[in-house]
Structure formats: structure tokens, C-alpha cells
Design a protein around this ligand. Structure first.
Ligand code: ZN
Ligand code: ZN
Length: 251
């Protein structure tokens, strides 16, 4: 186990070194501070677009006349159990392409580079929310057989490295394997997630201000059910950080 952990780490470092030489997205040669990010400045602009008019609750990009203070057209009427969410931007274009490539890669370097961009953007937000603990959305063990790593865990690890906030992998687990949310009709996604999380160690949760991490947020059902379990176990607050917000249509 230790050996495989260590070889994974070495591979990751090696990939990072290789990626340092050129932009992971477009292949342009990187210079100066760009090498820390693995992306050229032009690609960073696309991966982390300026926030135009973003909902504070679900992080959806909305039209200039929409209400965004308490909820927006994308999250109105949904009983979300986390307080607020932050993301790099909408799940589209280059950001979508990089997330997909990162999730299905043998290396987590790409997802970590994206998480670094998120960590830079959201640092002030994490301080404002007084986050004290990072928890990645756990995968059921059967999912782990299909992938090399849990994307949420790698994103959380990078956010932890950037912010200095501790990540814990042992307090919340999946209690059952789910039908993938992608194949579940939107209206049934909250139902599909019901009772799917189990708190293993509530001592570690009581009084904590928690940041849940995941790759994308769609209906918010997954993060909401995890937040509900954590709040019931005594967490003080739950916020969410994801790479991208998938808008699935109003309501
Ligand atoms: Zn580039
Ligand atoms: Zn919203």
C-alpha cells in the first residue's frame, strides 16, 4: 500500500515537471509565473472567467437582471442544505474539456492544476466562511475500481495545500453504491442520493465549518445530501467548492 502511494506521488511529481514546460491545454511554452500553474495566461482566462453575475448560493452564472443574493433561476425551489458554493466557472468550453480529460487521465496532475486556480480565486472566500475542515465527496468503493483516483479527493488535497486547511478522508463515507447521477432524471436526483452518506466519526465534525469539494455541481443533490448528514452530525456550517457549475435548466 505504502509503495503504491509513493509511486503515485513520484508519478504525479514527474508529470508536474513535464507539464511545467508547456501549457496543459494548448501546448504553448510557459514562462515565469505561468509554470506554477501549468496553463498559459490565455488559457487561464478561459478556465477562470471573470464572474459576471454569479449566484452566491449555487455559483450559476445568471443574466444581469436575475436575483443572485439568496437564490437564482437555477436553484430557486431546491432545498439545498449547504450555504453557498464557489466554482471556477460554467461547465463549458475549455474548462469542460480539461475537467473531462483530468477525470479520465491516469494522472491527477490536470485536476490539481485546475484546483490550484480555484484555490487562488477562492482564498478570500474560504477565510470569510472561516472554513476549518475540507471533506471531499467520497466515492463508493465500487467506483474506485473504475478510476485511478477520486477527483473530489485530489481537488480537496490541492485546496488543502493552497489554503493550509486540513483535509480528512475518514469521517464520511458512501453507505451504498448509487445509480450514477448522470443517468438519473434531474427530478429524481435528490431521491437517488437519500441516505447515501454515512458519518464515520462525528467527533471530528462537531462544531466544524466544513468545505465539501467535488469536480462539478449540477442539481446540487450530492453535496446537499452530504451537507445534511454533516449538519445532523453537528457541523456548524457547510459550503461547497467545485471546479465547474453545470446549469441544467431553470428550476
Ligand atoms: Zn494555453
Ligand atoms: Zn443559484
Amino acid at each position: 500500500m505504502m509503495a503504491s502511494h509513493r509511486s503515485g506521488f513520484v508519478l504525479r511529481e514527474l508529470t508536474n515537471c513535464l507539464l511545467d514546460a508547456s501549457c496543459s491545454a494548448c501546448g504553448t511554452r510557459l514562462h515565469g509565473a505561468e509554470t506554477q500553474r501549468c496553463y498559459c495566461d490565455d488559457c487561464v482566462q478561459q478556465l477562470r472567467p471573470q464572474e459576471q453575475h454569479r449566484c452566491r448560493r449555487c455559483s450559476a452564472e445568471c443574466g444581469p437582471w436575475s436575483s443572485i443574493d439568496r437564490h437564482c433561476i437555477y436553484c430557486r425551489g431546491r432545498r439545498l442544505r449547504f450555504s453557498q458554493a464557489v466554482s471556477l466557472g460554467p461547465y463549458a468550453g475549455l474548462l469542460r474539456k480539461e475537467i473531462l480529460a483530468g477525470k479520465w487521465s491516469w494522472s491527477s496532475a490536470r485536476l490539481e492544476a485546475l484546483a490550484r486556480l480555484l484555490g487562488e480565486r477562492a482564498a478570500a472566500q474560504f477565510r470569510e466562511w472561516e472554513i476549518s475542515l475540507l471533506l471531499p465527496i467520497p466515492q463508493h468503493w465500487t467506483r474506485r475500481l473504475q478510476r485511478h483516483f477520486n477527483p473530489a479527493e485530489r481537488i480537496g488535497a490541492e485546496l488543502s495545500r493552497c489554503s493550509g486547511i486540513r483535509q480528512d478522508l475518514h469521517v464520511i463515507t458512501r453507505s451504498r453504491a448509487l445509480k450514477p447521477q448522470k443517468r438519473t432524471p434531474l427530478g429524481l436526483r435528490f431521491e437517488n442520493q437519500k441516505g447515501s452518506f454515512r458519518i464515520v466519526n462525528s467527533d471530528q465534525i462537531r462544531g466544524q465549518r466544513i468545505l465539501l469539494t467535488d469536480d462539478v455541481l449540477t442539481t446540487g443533490a450530492t453535496c446537499s445530501m452530504a451537507a445534511a448528514a454533516l449538519m445532523q452530525a453537528g457541523a456548524r456550517s457547510c459550503h461547497v467548492a467545485v471546479l465547474a457549475r453545470v446549469t441544467d435548466g431553470p428550476g
